[in-house]
Design a protein around this ligand. Sequence first.
Ligand code: B4P
Length: 187
Amino acid sequence: MFILILGAPGSGKGTQGKILAERLGLPKITTGDILRAAVQAGTPLGKEAKQFMDAGTLVPDSVVLGLIKDELAKPDAKDGAVFDGFPRTAAQAELVDRTLAEHGQRLNHILLMDVTEEELVRRMRQRAQTEGRSDDTPEAIATRLQVYQRDTAPLVAHYVQRGILRRVPGTGTVDQIAEEIKRIVGR
Ligand code: B4P
């Protein structure tokens, strides 16, 4: 089963993706975590990605497409996975569709985390105080929200057409939202 969690920055993708992947025993592929680990390790990928991440803009597709391809090719993601943080652009969505189709697979569920902008900003500002992520500054938060509307929100229309996208009310406790996702996914 391949499940995609889509949503604005701060909408709880990472939080719910972790709970869902653990419950279903599926690997979770999170481009944000992979990029942050590369930055931390100071690899060439990390050095290239850092400037974009800190500014709140997307890391270019020229860098991210290869990363997604490598992750999807891993044996443990052969029969299913939870995708968190990608696809974020039309080119990434096309790569995901094409790669899954090559293996006779397709996305089974797309969960769109629906959270007001006010709440998104509140959560990221709160995280800035506890985790100190370098892209949770007021300027980067504003840019990330704009970039989401420009580059990622159009994917919603693309997936709505397929009839497999479900909106998840993303406001409430983490447990309440996880229960709702369980109901939608059916297990
Ligand atoms: P991400 O790591 O994907 O960061 P994000 O969009 O902010 O989501 P995140 O998963 O961290 O937050 P979440 O909503 O779970 O990307 C970071 C950067 O990496 C991007 O800006 C970009 O530069 C780059 N990047 C990553 N993927 C890329 C790609 N495919 N292509 C190009 N560039 C890419 O949660 C936010 C907060 O809310 C958390 O603190 C959480 O504790 C809290 N929260 C969750 N649920 C809650 C609830 N119900 N109530 C209250 N708080 C809650």
